[in-house]
Each structure stands twice: as C-alpha cells, then as structure tokens.
Design a protein. Structure first.
Length: 109
C-alpha cells in the first residue's frame, strides 16, 4: 500500500479526533483545535479536511440521533481507522527521526 502523506492540519484533525474519542464531531473538533493551538479554525476548512481524511480512508463517520436542542439536526461523529492510526504513527516516527538529526537539541525533558 502506498502511504498518503498527512498535511499539518489533517494531522491536527486526526489527533483531535483521537483525543475526543466518542465526542468527535465538527464543532467539538474545531473548538479543541482552537483551544490547543490558539489559532482560528473555520468550520469550512475543517469539513474540507474531514472529507479528505474520509476519502483517504483515515477516518470513518456516522450520523448520531437527532436532538431537540439542535432543532432536530443530527451530528456527524468521526473515528480514526486503523489506516489513520498507522498514518499518525508514521508521521510521528518521521518527525522523531528528523528532530534527532538536529545537533545540540534535546528531546528529553
């Protein structure tokens, strides 16, 4: 299988989905990324990234039940697939290998 590279934003979205677990839906993902990165995330950019990730097979989605407080609208929830987990681990390994090549930098805290 050919590896599909993750962009930085896609990686953030995947990591956030993993962190949120059963509560990973559009607005919660957006808010968590904004809280952790202190950068503005448009819902349109997020949905584009989620669509790309789903097309690549890195996430699956399902629609939850309708809620009265949402005017009967349903949330789309996301989960990371095994392929998505492998992509995250591959990115992590690549970053770790590259940072170890930088002289005089310590990754131990």
């Amino acid at each position: 299988m050919k590896f599909t590279q993750l962009g930085e934003f896609e990686e953030l979205v995947l990591l956030t989905i993993g962190a949120l677990q059963d509560n990973a839906y559009g607005v919660s993902i957006k808010n968590e990324i904004q809280d952790k990165t202190e950068r503005k995330v448009s819902i349109g950019a997020l949905h584009s990234a989620l669509n790309r990730l789903e097309k690549k097979g890195f996430v699956n989605s399902h629609v939850g039940g309708a809620k009265a407080e949402r005017g009967g609208r349903r949330k789309r929830f996301y989960t990371i697939t095994l392929i998505g987990q492998q992509a995250l681990l591959k990115n992590y390994q690549l970053r770790t290998d590259l940072i170890k090549l930088i002289p005089n930098i310590s990754i131990d805290r």
